[in-house]
Design a protein. Sequence first.
Lengths: 138, 121
Amino acid sequence: MAKRRTKAPGKGRRVLSGGRKRVLVVLFVPGVERDGTTSIDQSRWVDSALEMFGRVFGGATAYPKAKGIWRDDERGGALVKDEPVVVHCYTTPIDIQDGRNLAELASCCRTMGREARQGEIGLVVGDEYFAIRDFGEE
Amino acid sequence: MKTQLDMDKIARGLGAERRGKVTTSGGYFGAMQLLADIEARFRVPSGGGRPTDPRWTERRLVPLAQKTLERLEEIAAKVREHGGVSVEPMQLAALLLERTTEDLNEDEVENLVRPKRRASR
């Protein structure tokens, strides 16, 4: 029977650099524009988010669509029905608080918010919900 | 170990507003639970939207027979398995109570609460 090799960590390499990946970052990728009826190219935005999470934080998982609804107070309380895709990414406390990483994450959210005509992009970091509403280009 | 994060720094870095605390857990069901929580608390009016959690603000102890609890557990398990909906036995009980209460009329209530007459003498 083949033995599984156990590799000793290299001297110059810190296996747990930055601590354990214990911070959950969740991004909600919408399925429709703010008007609640115009579909968006959701798979493009899911791929884009996954690529960003992979590049910046080392990986992510997109879960199958869920049905959702939210109230747009800026449009007279119109209810917007949506089928968002939930993307989960585990990262370290150091990586999520790094300014450059946050800028990349924010840029991805703003681009999606702007081009997919959203009212808000929702993001959970750890145990807190963040709303990005300003999609202006930097 | 609890993760200490500087949420203000993260909010600044993201150019985002801090909206409130949520409970997160991993996996598909964690994702769906979180989505429901966020929609209920941050995006849907307290008087409408999802028909369950936001309006269920009252909690009371409800005595019930073992047999009834077993039946509720059995139905909830079937709903979870076939319907793909995560429901607990007592959530199911609350839904049934809500629906039955809406449909009840006074005669039915009287029949339910009137003690059964014993054949005395």
